[in-house]
Design a binder for this molecule. Structure first.
Ligand code: SAM
Length: 244
């Protein structure tokens, strides 16, 4: 059973957030109560996977955490010969991801790598998912990852990129932050938990605006991209590599 996230419920000397064992143990509860629309995104990733996965190709899940996106994509695709490649640089996540996915998709062709997503080779890919992870890379490294993804995708392949957003209009930005705070309160987090988590994460997670993401995917080479999902300040884009 999933443990409840109480990591920030006592007053503490807050240190930078890390995806360590303590976080990995409570991660399903933490992300469900912190990211509006998370479960919907996960479920709809499976629908998108069935649209874009091509036979005998690779599907990458970059920053896979516990592998929930991969499991959803595996369960909702009938495409033959798919190789699932999950990558995360947290040993705590990779250990749990490997045992969960081996249990829940025993017949799948699955590789789980403990590595930096900036260092891996991407090839023969029909779908690459970067679900709430690009925001943890240094902003100046983000374009080079997207270029690597673009180059590793086959024609008609897709990148799905989900992220927390900031908004260029200050009034909207403030409202979205307020609504996100209200979402977390409604899910049982106290004001102390919310503010301590914010301090822990503000140096390690740097969100961009949707305009920045759109520009960056175009700079990476994608000519076609759409925002297909938004819940408050969390959104998901899809970028499709053209057939020629
Ligand atoms: C918010 S979680 C992603 C959630 C996951 N994609 C899902 O859908 O459940 C971010 C993950 O990215 C991983 N991560 C952050 N930076 C990374 C990097 N440079 N290389 C590999 N993994 C990274 C973290 O360890 C963490 O597990």
């Amino acid at each position: 059973m999933t443990e409840k996230d109480i990591l920030f419920n006592n007053p503490q000397q807050v240190v930078d957030f890390a995806f360590d064992d303590a976080v990995a143990d409570v991660f399903p509860d933490m992300i469900r109560r912190s990211v509006p629309g998370y479960e919907t995104v996960i479920s709809l990733l499976g629908v998108l996977a069935e649209q874009y996965a091509q036979p005998n190709t690779k599907v990458y899940d970059l920053g896979c955490s516990l592998g929930v996106a991969t499991l959803s994509m595996h369960r909702q695709t009938r495409t033959l010969g798919l190789k699932h490649i999950c990558v995360d640089n947290s040993e705590a996540m990779v250990k749990r991801c490997t045992s969960r996915l081996k249990r829940h998709m025993p017949d799948a062709d699955l590789t789980v790598l403990c590595d930096n997503i900036e260092d891996i080779e991407i090839n023969n890919a029909s779908l690459v998912v970067v679900n709430f992870t690009l925001q943890f890379l240094a902003p100046e490294s983000r374009l080079s990852l997207l270029k690597n993804i673009y180059n590793g995708l086959l024609p008609n392949g897709a990148l799905v990129l989900s992220e927390k957003l900031i908004f260029e209009d200050d009034a909207e930005n403030q409202s979205q932050i307020k609504w996100h705070h209200a979402f977390k309160s409604a899910n049982g987090y106290s004001d102390l938990e919310i503010s301590q988590k914010r301090v822990a994460i503000e140096n390690v997670m740097i969100p961009d605006s949707v305009e920045t993401h759109q520009l960056r995917v175009q700079q990476a080479g994608f000519k076609e991209s759409y925002q297909w999902f938004q819940a408050f300040n969390f959104a998901s884009l899809i970028a499709i590599k053209s057939s020629t």
